[in-house]
Design a protein around this ligand. Structure first.
Ligand code: NAD
Length: 206
């Protein structure tokens, strides 16, 4: 599994969105040419990405949309529920908690943590915000898999250590800092300022 390029995984997410739209529109068949056009990559790239995981189409007839959609969901681990906590219930943590569409892929928000005593007990989605010291118990009781890290940059490593110590194996890090975690823990970073800085570069050099 470690030989599969990260870019392939990112493109699989794009293919899944396209396949979901096709499926919802009642389209039964598609081709690598069509997926490629929609994803703005080459048809060769689509076939190569899918080939890491098996053979899903037939030469000449293409892919059956519901079947390929199901397979890509399975490859991405989206055929089971994932339980998520948010650590850091400030502006961003609250905004994420308000996002209504996690359920579409069976992600459940199952706990909210903040060190600020003023926030302890506040209600979010019918749950009380808890102190991070309760995280190990909650992770066990609610079978938590993923932690969203939405604390200030200076608190990110400490909060990540707490998430790892509580037994969570995946972190979606929104803080603009590199966090160190054990090898078995996977971190994905969402850095909107980094995107802005890349945009600035391309605008300047257009
Ligand atoms: P915020 O100050 O509004 O909220 C941070 C919250 O984290 C506070 O409630 C604080 O009490 C809590 N906290 C601090 N240390 C903690 C710990 N160890 N454990 C648990 N909770 C802890 O900050 P924000 O604007 O929500 O931003 C959060 C992070 O997201 C920052 O790293 C920021 O750079 C990043 N970010 C924010 C935005 C945005 O639009 N607000 C956008 C992109 C990225």
């Amino acid at each position: 599994m470690s030989t599969i390029p990260t870019a392939t995984i990112s493109r699989l997410v794009t293919y899944l969105r396209i396949l979901t739209d096709l499926d919802f529109s009642g389209v039964k068949k598609t081709s690598s040419d069509h997926l490629a056009e929609e994803a703005q990559v080459s048809a060769f790239q689509v076939r190569k990405d899918l080939a890491y995981f098996g053979r899903f189409g037939t030469r000449g007839t293409g892919y059956l949309v519901p079947m390929l959609r199901r397979e890509v969901r399975r490859i991405l681990g989206l055929t089971r529920p994932w339980n998520v906590v948010i650590v850091g219930m400030g502006r961003l943590g609250q905004a994420i908690a308000d996002y209504p569409n996690f359920y579409q892929y069976d992600f459940s928000l199952c706990g909210f943590f903040d060190i600020d005593p003023e926030k302890a007990g506040d209600q979010v989605r019918d749950e009380e915000i808890m102190h991070p010291r309760d995280m190990p118990r909650i992770v066990k009781e609610r079978d938590i898999d993923i932690g969203f890290l939405t604390v200030p940059q200076g608190a990110a490593q400490q909060a990540a250590d707490q998430i790892v110590a509580a037994g969570i194996g995946g972190i979606l890090n929104f803080a603009p800092s590199v966090i160190n975690v054990p090898e078995e823990v996977h971190v994905e970073s969402v850095d909107f300022m980094a995107g802005l800085m890349r945009l600035s570069f391309y605008r300047q050099n257009r």
